[in-house]
Design a protein around this ligand. Sequence first.
Ligand code: GAL
Length: 643
Amino acid sequence: MPIRARAHLHKRRRAPLAALSAIALLWGSQPAIAQQADPLAPTGAWSANVDGAALTPPMGWNSWNAFFTDLDEEKVLASAQVIVDTGLAAKGYRYINLDEGWWQHRREDGRMLANTDRFPSTRTPDGATSFRPFTDRLHGMGLKAGLYSDLGRNTCAQAYMPDQTNLPRGTMTEREVGLYGHIDQDIGQFFDEWGFDYIKIDGCGLRAYGPESERVMSGQYRALDPILNLETVALSDIPAVKGLFGEVKTALMRYNPDNDFVLSLCIWGSAHVRAWAKDVGNVSRTSDDITPHWGRMLTNFDTAVTRELYAHPGSWNDPDMLFIGKGDFDADHLTEARSHFTLWAFLNAPLLIGSDLRDTPQPLMDIFGNSALIALNQDAGGHQAVLAFDTDDLQILVKTLADGDKAVAILNRSSAPVEATLTAAHMKLREDAAIATTDLWSGEGASFTGEMKVTVAPRETRAWRVRGSRALADGMYLSELPGQVNPAVDGVTVPEVDPTIHRAANFGTRGSGARPFYTGWGGARADSTPYGRVLQVAGHHFASGIGVLANSRLEVRNNGHRRFTASVGVDDSAQDADNEVTFALYGDGRLLARSEPLSRGMPAQELAADIAGVSLLELVARSGDAVTGQLSVTWGDAALVQR
Ligand code: GAL
């Protein structure tokens, strides 16, 4: 729902955020007791989510951006048919997802009923309704079926949609169609009985139905004390929200023993979800809704682009669905439409088409069908692109592919052309050896040595697949492998607002403007400190490395390398000059190497160990409890090598 439509609600202060780090540890497969005792103790286990069917980002179609709540079976199946007929299904677009607008109401016994007027195939002789014929039809077409619900009792459209024509009908309790109080029953009905494969779970029911909200005061809806607040993280009850998603996950595991499910979290970057969704779900929205405006697309892009270490096979950042087909991304704006698609591919975002495919112009269909970009998005390595160059006007993104190739995108965010220079160093390639490039839009091949000059038109994103000689010949920097690095404990104890996210004005100029409110500032980063500075220890600059706060534990999957090397130290940008930090490396739970206690200003210390045969490394940076101010630490040049 658009921000402007969302009322600011009175909220009561909830559980103190100091509880956050302790609660964060309860997620994942680590033993909870050991975690509570010492969150930095090695576990020997990868804790980011791997359950569900999302080893690569989900691809498909969703009804919302095309139809909002005005959806029906004919519209959905027509788009599904186009996906099959045009070959998009064969290219990976498989999920056909119903967003809000499918329900009739909840029966007294708790059973959810589908809207049989809108979805005639759900009609059953006993009135119980069933989506089984619908999902059978999609499955018969070689597709998968997705459904939508809310974690609260009521929904977003009930709260915010001005068009009330297709809302749940009936008494107050019949209109309570959200999962709240019915998680196990609903998930069983949707997956086991109806045969759905994917669920998107919204959060408006946890946000918009406070006792003083207009809709509750009017007597239409039952009050639910808000536990989510998009604008103010301190007003969200993070443990409670996590707990509810945990219940959903448990139910999904129970009703999908074949693991064929996708859990999509849709709480728009609130409740500090950008730090913990990776532990419970398959995709998670990092921001409020995208709209078909260039500025808003940039906002959504920004909420995911610095979260490269929080996305892995099994759990992806979701900057929202594609809005190609409307406004700044329609057929008259192919530059912008191609940029939008390119950026989503580089982010490893879900590729969910949001246009009415019955009349989508061919040039836009061609964008969805760009096989080279789909291949990047679906690359088995699962590495989200990393920012190699970052300014407000121009950004360069580099993504490592499973076969060792790289992909590079240059985004011109501005309204004037930019002369960009792409260097071998941006890609961590040697500057004295030829670099072969393939343009991902034209297919044209070329080659350069050292650097290449490129003109990037306003709002254009140029993109190539490249192959050259690696600067680090016999290994990989961890910052090239974000899909293998999981910030299990990132050291953030009090969520902070990220000031770097574009604040678009597309909702008009009433009020005081768009304030920064997406938390995640201070999270672990590739080739950057947690606060966007260059990595630097005692004056020595590291072009490669991982930046993270002290009191953190990073899990790293080793894929057959023999040695770990790094230069570790407290970053020069740390505010805390007094506390010492000890760096330790563990392999499958065993201590392999440990640094001296280091404080700011001391030179980086080598930390290396043999890791042959080790499958999971843990990189722990530990300092005392009395950290004063930001204590950024640097795993400089951290790499997995063969030597
Ligand atoms: C929003 C969500 C949208 C869409 C809408 C339905 O909260 O972000 O993607 O699902 O609700 O009402």
